[in-house]
Design a protein around this ligand. Structure first.
Ligand SMILES: Nc1ncnc2c1ncn2[C@@H]1O[C@H](COP(=O)(O)OP(=O)(O)OP(=O)(O)O)[C@@H](O)[C@H]1O
Ligand SMILES: [Mg+2]
Length: 170
């Protein structure tokens, strides 16, 4: 039966190989429904980022299955996975991951650019987001020219729901 959950993680394990092998996730099962707001809480190193990377399709599990909107993401082609990340997933990275050659507003609106939205519409969508986090006066600045807190807010803006357009047309 196809899962009706928004996020459905079934018996997922993640092992990191290296000098010292680590089992970060050991057969974890978790279901998240539409509208749920979920926090993953725990001490540093207790495997919070690991499942987020797997759900976001930026890393692959060692075992088990992850379904987003009923689709097993392990079975998607690279192109389909890229589209899923672009259209459905908003990521606020722990280490920001801003693109150094793009300015603040270009970083924030990257998902919409990639979707082919026209430049003006992209800027109109991104500007109020930057205003909300008091970054309107830094829109044209490169990440190198921002303070740590400004970079953090820029990265947070890029990950917001209003920026992840789903099936919305330009
Ligand atoms: N690429 C990797 N190679 C080897 N071990 C890794 C790798 N990534 C994470 N780990 C290990 O997996 C465990 C969980 O890492 P994870 O990044 O999920 O922790 P976290 O809960 O997000 O921690 P923090 O709160 O410090 O961000 C840690 O013990 C870490 O050392
Ligand atoms: Mg982490």
């Amino acid at each position: 039966m196809v899962s009706s959950y928004l996020i459905d993680i079934a018996r997922v394990s993640k092992h990191f190989q290296g000098k010292r092998a680590i089992t970060a996730l050991d057969s974890v099962t978790l279901r998240i429904d539409r509208g749920d707001m979920v926090s993953i809480v725990g001490p540093s190193g207790s495997s919070k980022s690991t499942p987020l990377n797997l759900i976001g399709g930026v890393d692959q599990p060692s075992a088990g299955e992850i379904r987003i909107d009923g689709r097993a993401i392990g079975l998607l082609s690279d192109d389909d996975l890229t589209r899923l990340r672009r259209d459905r997933i908003g990521f606020i990275f722990q280490f920001f991951n801003l693109l150094p050659s793009l300015n603040c507003i270009e970083n924030v609106s990257l998902p919409l650019h990639l979707k082919g939205w026209p430049r003006k519409k992209v800027r109109d969508r991104a500007r109020p987001l930057l205003e909300m986090v008091q970054l309107s006066h830094r829109m044209e600045h490169l990440p190198d020219e921002l303070s740590a807190g400004e970079r953090q807010r820029c990265a947070a803006d890029r990950g917001t729901r209003r920026n992840v357009c789903g099936d919305e047309r330009p």
